[in-house]
Design a binder for this molecule. Structure first.
Ligand SMILES: NC(=O)c1ccc[n+]([C@@H]2O[C@H](COP(=O)([O-])OP(=O)(O)OC[C@H]3O[C@@H](n4cnc5c(N)ncnc54)[C@H](OP(=O)(O)O)[C@@H]3O)[C@@H](O)[C@H]2O)c1
Length: 248
């Protein structure tokens, strides 16, 4: 793809750059994180000089904080390439106002892009959708959604790595409590999460079928499932989805 210029060199920028695995141009707001990033992935830090970055990049990836949109854009004039935003809650209309001469795209990758198993949401209605899809397909799956659905969709994939980490940690702790070594418990939990997701996908998303496949009437799995339902796992996910509403 084209030469990538990352504005902002924080957590999201690092994850994206590690996933892309190619040299990038990068800036920060003075912390030195851009230099640290290019030391790891290759490329060049342009310090805080976003105008210089825009002059050399073909694709600008906005990885700063959402509130900095106007300030950053004011330093960049005449950019006619592709501006890909990962800024939470920043609309296509706001991007077009900030970068009137550029093609713009609104995306929301999750942090698993770092290991190329990310989920990236792309808002319908953005420019150069095929180029954007190709760029993020290198980092995992890409799902186009109506722009109005971005908050709800991000309430799954964007926040999801944290949810899975919480679930995995609780499960590992429970296994350690039952006498397993932490390393063994971690291996079992992660392997089970990965394999179960692959199995559900192979069965066309039939979660009930997968559950039935391991659940003998009155057996161990049935008792474990009952304990999870009684403990409120399904309603906990409803509450979590409600809690993310309105967040960007
Ligand atoms: N983390 C996630 O899971 C996730 C997922 C999807 C989208 N996002 C979005 O990704 C963006 C970045 O999040 P993050 O977690 O990576 O934040 P972060 O770690 O705080 O990094 C932000 C970066 O932006 C730089 N920056 C701040 N103001 C700037 C300015 N005016 N000009 C140029 N650079 C500026 C910062 O510079 P310094 O290094 O000098 O401070 C830093 O390198 C946010 O808009 C967020 O909505 C995050």
């Amino acid at each position: 793809m084209s030469r990538l210029g990352l504005i902002g060199a924080g957590n999201m920028a690092r994850g994206l750059a590690l996933g892309w695995g190619e040299p990038v141009l990068a800036t920060d707001s003075g912390s030195g994180r851009a230099a640290a990033l290019v030391a790891d992935v290759g490329g060049e830090s342009l310090g805080t000089d976003v105008a210089a970055l825009a002059a050399r990049a073909e694709v600008l990836v906005l990885c700063h904080k959402p509130y900095a949109l106007a300030d950053v854009a004011s330093l960049i004039t005449g950019f006619t390439g592709l501006v890909v935003s990962v800024l939470g809650g920043v609309s296509l209309a706001e991007l077009r106002t900030a970068y009137p001469e550029a093609s713009v795209s609104r995306t929301e990758p999750n942090t698993a892009v770092q290991v190329r198993q990310g989920v990236t949401l792309v808002a319908d209605g953005g420019d150069r959708p095929e180029d954007v899809r190709a760029l993020f397909a290198r980092l995992g799956t890409v799902t186009e959604v109506p722009e109005a659905s971005m908050p709800a969709a991000g309430g799954i994939s964007g926040v999801g790595p944290a949810y899975v980490a919480l679930v995995a940690e609780a499960w590992i702790d429970a296994a350690v409590g039952a006498g397993l070594e932490p390393e063994v418990a971690t291996e079992l939990v992660l392997g089970t999460l990965e394999g179960s997701a692959a199995l559900i996908r192979a069965q066309g998303g039939d979660t009930l079928g997968v559950r039935r496949g391991v659940t003998s009437p009155g057996g161990t799995t049935a008792r474990g499932l009952r304990a999870l339902v009684d403990a409120g796992v399904p309603s906990a996910f409803l509450s979590a989805m409600d809690a993310t509403k309105g967040n960007t």
